[in-house]
Every structure is written in C-alpha cells, then in structure tokens.
Ligand binder design. Structure first.
Ligand code: 5MM
Length: 348
C-alpha cells in the first residue's frame, strides 16, 4: 500500500516538473565549481558572494514562467535574501519545485586510469528524510563517463550504473523523485557516432540496473547528455544530425514509461543548446514518447553570471538575461525557438 501511495506522489511530482513546456534550472554547482566560475570573472570566492549570486537567481522576475524546478546545492538550502527571506520560501511562492544535488562528486576509480565513480551514497537515507521535511521533492546525482582511447571500460560503466540505480531507489523510498544523470563528457576528439555508441551503451546499463533495483520509471527523470561530437572533433556536425542521432539513441534505450528526459548542457554554448533542443522537437516532436526538456546550468546561467560579475549595479540586467535564456529553452520545447529571439529580448 505504502509503495502505491509513494508512486502516486512521485508521478505527480515528476509530471509537475515536466508540465507546461517548462524545464529545470540546475543551480547546484558545488563549492569548487562555483568558485572556479567566480574566479574566472574576478568575483570573490566567498560564501557571501555565492549567496548574493543565488539571491539574484531565485529573485529573477518571470523565472517561474519557464522554470518548473530548481536544483540547489546544500549550502543554498539554508541561505536567505539580504532582507531575510529564505530562498526556499521565495521559490515556493513562485511555484518552483525545489530539488537538491545529493552526490558528493566524482573520484578516481582505482585501477582504471582516467575513469571515475561518484560518491555520496553513504548516509543518504537520513539526508533524504531531512530534505523531504524541508519540502524538497526531487534530487539529482551525476555520474561521469569519459570517451578516450581505452575508455569507457565496461567496469566503469557498470559501477556507475549500479550507483545511480541505488541512489534512485533510495530517493523513491523517501518520496523524492530521482533525477538520474549519467553524463558522457564532451571532452575529446570523438565523433558524433562514437558519442552515440557510448551513450547508448551507458544508458542500456543504467536502465538494466534501474530495473534490477526496482526503480519505478514513472517516478524518475533522466538527465542525459545530448549526443554530440567531442569538443576537439574536426567535424562539429549539423544541428539536424545531432537531433537525429540523439533521438534515435534514446528511442532505442529509454523506456517510454520514464516520466521525462531533461538534458544537461555540458559546455555547449547557450544558443546552440537552445537550437539543438528546438530541432529535436521540430523534427521528432510527434514521435517521442517522453516529455523532453532542459536541465541546464551553464547554458542558462553563464551569460547572466558574466553580466553580473559580482557587481550590484548589474543585478537587474543579469536577471533579465537569465529569464531570457530560460524563456528561449521553454520556447525550444515548443519548437518555437529561433535566433531572432536573441535580438528581441524583454526589457528589464
Ligand atoms: C553537468 O553538470 C550539470 C548540468 O550543468 P550544465 O548544463 O552546465 O552541463 C550540473 O547540474 C552539475 O551537476 C552541477 O553544476 C554540479 O556540478 P559539480 O561539478 O559542482 O558537482
């Protein structure tokens, strides 16, 4: 009985996250990642500046028109605006569902040079119970896969798949929708075709493990990479080929029961990420069985972060850029994104 009730709740949360052509905003950069991005722009790498930046994001006007859920980092959960309102309260008032990154980063896999496994399962049951009490209703856990001369190995793929499925099962037990993120990295000179092969193999293993560990597919979201050529591959591939390879790969290995697919951006430019998502809907919108949306961090945040650069006088303009990128991606879900959107922006 408890299992059935749980599934209804999980399905309901997942459907809300996928509804109304919206997507997820990943604002869950860990301290290291956030500080690295701040450092590149000369922003002080302090808790106060991270708080100010996250305040800029959560108070962005119109954000809720395109964003259904925000993935937070632990530090952000307890932070407040300058005037003392908790960020969780602000997001709740906007109707944005709050989620949290629960992995603790990738570490080297002993015996397998250049491969990694993600940590964070220890003590997760207790942490999830605390998050649920705080009102969080979804979580995210990321595993990374490198394409190289001798990688990925079957062992690294299998260990990461087992870990992702174990995390997903723990989340569902706690009434929290797991966002399962196996990321095949863009680094390297591999071709579009090689990325398709590896992504297919990884997803097959991930779904095998999800079945093995009795994860309810209707109550989970997949957060994968798009199928893309490596950043240093000579042939960067046409948008139409990328859309076709990505959709073909997922149709082969992602069951229709999955509540939704929400892409990571992985280092693509903001405009390319929107254009590629748009093309998938334009060409395949009538055949895909799952809601297909975005869960971008850099491809939504980076232009706004650069505009802000730690300066109070840039907050309004940065917020406008953030809302604009979110709106572009929501338009891409409707196959209505076009480069002209980049020049006709809403005024702050
Ligand atoms: C791949 O990273 C996730 C999506 O971000 P992009 O759209 O920029 O690719 C992102 O949610 C990531 O998991 C978080 O930023 C946390 O990353 P770190 O490296 O800090 O754990």
């Amino acid at each position: 009985m408890r299992v059935m009730m749980n599934l209804q709740e999980l399905k309901h949360t997942a459907q809300r996250l996928m509804a109304n052509d919206k997507g997820l905003l990943a604002m869950d950069e860990s301290l290291g990642t956030c500080n690295k991005r701040f450092k590149a722009l000369g922003i002080p790498e302090t808790e106060e500046y991270r708080r100010q930046y996250r305040e800029l994001i959560v108070t962005t006007p119109h954000l809720e028109e395109s964003i259904s859920g925000a993935i937070l980092f632990e530090e952000t959960l307890y932070q407040k605006t300058e005037t003392g309102t908790p960020f969780l309260e602000i997001l709740d008032h906007k109707g944005i569902i709050t989620g949290i990154k629960v992995d603790q980063g990738a570490v080297a896999l002993p015996g397998f040079p250049a491969e990694q496994v993600t940590e964070g399962l220890d003590g997760m049951q207790n942490r999830l119970a605390t998050y649920y009490k705080l009102g969080l209703r979804f979580a995210k856990f990321r595993a990374v896969i490198n394409i190289g001369r001798d990688t990925p190995t079957n062992t690294a793929i299998r260990i990461n798949a087992v870990t992702l499925a174990r995390y997903a099962a723990l989340c569902q037990e706690a009434g929290i929708v797991p966002v399962v993120e196996p990321e095949v990295l863009m680094d390297g000179d591999h071709t579009l075709h090689q990325c398709a092969e590896v992504t297919r193999t990884v997803l097959k293993e991930v779904f095998n493990e999800l079945y093995e560990q009795r994860v309810q597919l209707e109550g989970m979201i997949l957060k994968p990479n798009m199928v893309l050529p490596g950043l240093s591959c000579q042939d960067q591939s046409h948008i139409e080929d990328i859309a076709a390879e990505t959709i073909s790969c997922f149709l082969q290995v992602v069951p229709a029961a999955v509540a939704g697919i929400a892409f990571l951006s992985g280092g693509q430019s903001a405009t390319l990420a929107s254009a590629r998502l748009n093309m998938m809907h334009q060409k395949f919108g009538t055949v895909i069985p799952w809601p297909l949306t975005f869960s971008f961090s850099r491809a939504i945040q980076q232009p706004a972060l650069e505009k802000w650069s730690g300066k109070a006088e840039n907050v309004a303009a940065a917020q406008q850029m953030l809302a604009h990128r979110a709106a572009c991606n929501s338009a891409a879900r409707r196959a209505e994104y076009s480069p002209s959107m980049e020049t006709n922006k809403r005024e702050p």
